[in-house]
Design a protein around this ligand. Structure first.
Ligand SMILES: Nc1nc2c(c(=O)[nH]1)N[C@H]1C(S)=C(S)[C@@H](COP(=O)(O)OP(=O)(O)OC[C@H]3O[C@@H](n4cnc5c(N)ncnc54)[C@H](O)[C@@H]3O)O[C@H]1N2
Ligand code: MOO
Ligand SMILES: [Mg+2]
Length: 712
């Protein structure tokens, strides 16, 4: 026990980060380590760092302490951030990066604190080992931190040395008795301590209750949050992975409900009215700033006339007194009774004129002497009423009237853009569209355009190009996040962190991350463990009862854009990113993109924000794929358990006006989830609920439309 023991003290506090001079914990804990007693046990002068309450920063700093094999700290104690306040994230940051938990130390610290104050119950400490370092989280008050540390300190040298890899038998045989007596623990009734808490096997044991054969494999319910069923520990290897998924199987509806709940409310932005507006949703009601037309305008080419108040009497020969063209020039002069004015469609009416006669209802009577201009024109009809062929100012759109409503989608048809620009609307408030990052995962993947012949188990990365195309066609900005390999470890973590932070000008930060692959039961299916254990994220679901797409996983990861301390909690709450981890099989990835990601994107772009005002028109603004019914052109066998999303072509018959659905390939190979071709030409997913037998020809089925209906 003579080798030096190195300790790092990490003070986690927004306020101490801003004003290091205000920190009292660092000095208090330093004092303990530099006491004569501890120095004699081998402790050296500790290192002290301060970080704000930020999951990523906490993890980064701790990993710096623990991940360098040649230069690591034996003990890392954090202080602060273990309470129940929203900003308290220390356990969330530390628990996921522990390789092995040490609940015994947690008990020890809590028991000691409880003797001092019942408020100890309000602390949420975690403890465990990462690589060769022991990590403890202490409370944030100098007094509490000291008490907790003092409660366990005498055992720590032993634990640290064991964590660093000393032979445990030797330690048990020799030093343990001495240590126990120092700590007031009797070795005779501490079998559990010796066998479990400190032994290397403990963690695996603990996380893999289901590791046996056949039995009920969901780990026993524990109460502490760090003990809830979690993803595989990647360090445990294939022999110790779960042999059945610890994630409950959700229905598609339940999964969609969770996604809607976790998807943040849309944010807004002011943008110019131009063609880039197509595909955006208005975040405000829009009122006409100008009347259309702004002046009394002619609807036809012809002659402006004064219809007598008697109601008729336009027939006859009249001198052409002036000309009014549809142009930006000044208004024409007033019309005198007994004269007419030539006018073009859309041109302003001369004052006094009250109707326009179409040129077809006239003949030329005489010309000017040079023959180039009309002198007099004969009107052949007597059938013109006052107001005829005239658009009154504001009769198309009156100034100040509501032209579009919050929640309206600016379509590519052009009507909304036309309405906005015609009334002089130069900018509008819209909902910001999310940016989506797409990441492929897997060692087997090669770039889709790699010219080399495939060897061994190589697969072309088809998911990234197909998903990115689909997302772009929906009108979303995409960021290509490339391929993350399963090995070496850490690529996935790096890629996910980079996606959230942004990786330069061509890779801006994304709002939503989509990954494909690595979410099922293989020992290299690393998505779930990386999200949960490394990024401190939350997996909201990890399995859905559907075919294809069963391992579809949905998570959120915490994110703070700046390292600035403090900040309002509402802002922090908003700063999480959605992660859709879709199955790697190409058909599964595309189907689940359509089914799960699209509704979330729709909500984020404001499509769920329709105005409450009643509209005479059906609002085409619900989220996700539109659903219709179509009749089957052939029978399809049903899956006994899972709802199938069967790829099909829906056509509209010109003969009977009905919609028909035809499979792109029948069950078995045709609809196999690896067969991306099942989506070629498909414009619909038939929703086939599980059943015993088959659904027959001519039956009506629900169809989710991915593309336009094809005329037959
Ligand atoms: N024991 C079990 N095995 C599997 C289960 C299960 O419940 N128990 N689920 C199956 C189902 S369903 C699916 S879907 C897949 C999902 O697999 P992963 O999401 O873990 O994906 P990978 O294992 O990484 O790859 C599966 C498959 O897809 C190919 N792939 C992956 N990425 C791409 C890409 N970007 N482009 C083209 N192809 C890709 C990969 O090479 C594999 O062939 O798990 C079943 N297993
Ligand atoms: O559920 Mo998986 O997506 O069928 O192959
Ligand atoms: Mg897999």
């Amino acid at each position: 026990m003579s080798s030096p023991l190195r300790a790092a003290i990490l003070v986690i506090s927004d306020s101490a980060f801003v004003d290091p001079g205000s920190d009292k914990v660092g000095p208090a804990l330093t004092e303990i380590f530099t006491s004569a007693q501890l120095q004699s046990k081998g402790w050296t002068f500790p290192k002290v760092d301060i970080v704000p309450d930020d999951v990523e920063l906490i993890q980064d700093v701790i990993k710096n302490y623990t991940d360098n094999e040649n230069d690591y700290y034996n003990l890392v104690v954090t202080s602060g951030g273990t309470g129940f306040a929203v900003k308290d994230v220390t356990p969330e940051a530390v628990a996921p990066i522990l390789h092995r938990h040490a609940p015994g130390l947690v008990h020890g610290m809590l028991a000691a604190s409880l003797q001092v104050t019942p408020f100890a119950m309000m602390s949420r400490p975690v403890a465990g080992v990462r690589n060769k370092s022991l990590i403890l989280t202490l409370p944030g008050s100098p007094k509490g931190a000291k008490e907790n540390l003092e409660a366990v300190i005498s055992l720590l040298p032993h634990a640290c040395i064991q964590a660093a890899g000393a032979n445990s038998r030797e330690l048990h045989a020799g030093g343990l008795k001495k240590l126990e007596s120092e700590a007031g623990v009797s070795s005779t009734n501490s079998n559990a301590t010796k066998k479990d808490s400190l032994s290397h096997d403990h963690h695996h044991h603990h996380h893999n209750h289901g590791g046996g054969h056949g039995g009920h494999q969901i780990p026993k319910a524990h109460t502490a949050p760090e003990d809830r069923p979690q993803s595989n520990d990647p360090n445990a290897g294939p022999t110790r992975r779960y042999r059945s998924s610890p994630y409950p199987m959700l229905s598609v509806d339940e999964a969609l409900r969770i996604i809607a709940q976790e998807t943040p409310e849309p944010t807004t932005t002011q943008v110019p009215v131009d063609s880039d507006l197509v595909g955006s949703v208005l975040a405000e009601d829009v009122y006409a700033g100008e009347a259309v037309p702004a002046y009394r305008a002619s609807i036809v080419d012809g002659y402006a006339v004064i219809v007598p108040s008697s109601g008729s009497g336009t027939k006859g020969v009249f001198p052409v007194a002036s000309v009014s063209h549809a142009q930006a020039a000044s208004m024409p002069p007033p019309l005198n009774p007994g004269t007419i004015a030539r006018i073009t469609t859309g041109a302003p009416l001369p004052p006094n004129a009250n109707a326009v006669v179409m040129v077809e209802d006239t003949i030329l009577a005489s010309t000017t002497p040079d023959g180039k201009e009309e002198a007099t024109v004969e009107i052949l009809t007597d059938n013109i009423k006052s107001g005829e062929n005239i658009r009154e100012p504001g009769s198309d759109v009156s100034r100040g009237s509501k032209i579009l409503t919050r929640g309206d989608l600016i379509s590519a048809v052009g009507g909304e853009i036309g309405l906005l620009v015609s009334t002089g609307t130069r900018t509008v408030k819209v909902f910001k569209k999310p940016t989506v990052g797409v990441l492929s995962t897997g060692d087997e993947l090669v770039l889709h355009d790699d010219p080399r012949v495939l060897t061994g188990g190589q697969i072309r990365d088809s998911n990234r190009p197909s998903l990115i195309s689909c997302l772009r066609s929906w009108g979303f900005e995409t960021v290509d996040l490339g391929i993350a390999r399963d090995t070496p470890a850490g690529e996935l973590e790096k890629a996910l962190r980079g996606a959230v932070r942004g990786l330069g000008s061509d890779k801006p930060p994304v709002d939503i991350i989509i990954t494909t692959g690595g979410v099922s039961m293989g020992e290299l299916d690393l998505l779930k463990p990386t999200i949960e254990r490394t990024l401190g994220g939350t997996i909201h679901f990890g399995r859905v009862s559907m075919k294809p797409g069963k391992p579809t996983t949905f998570a959120t990861v915490p994110y703070k854009p700046s390292t600035a301390a403090g900040g309002d909690t509402a802002q922090q709450e908003r700063e999480k990113r959605l992660v859709f981890s879709l199955p790697g099989n190409p058909a599964s990835a595309l189907v689940t993109l359509n089914l799960f990601v699209l509704p979330s994107l729709h909500k984020m772009m404001g499509l769920a924000s329709t105005s409450t005002a009643p509209s005479p028109l059906p609002t085409p603004t619900s989220v996700g794929l539109p659903i219709i019914s179509a009749s089957l052109t052939h029978p399809i066998p049903l899956d006994p358990k899972r709802t199938e999303y069967h790829r099909a072509i829906v056509t509209a018959s010109r003969k009977d006006g009905r919609l028909y659905a035809t499979s792109t390939g029948l069950a078995g190979v045709g609809q196999r989830s690896s067969r991306v071709g099942s989506l070629a030409k498909a414009n619909a997913l038939l929703v086939l609920r599980p059943g015993e037998d088959r659904i027959g020809e001519g039956q009506l089925v629900e169809a989710l439309l991915m593309g336009g209906v094809v005329p037959e």
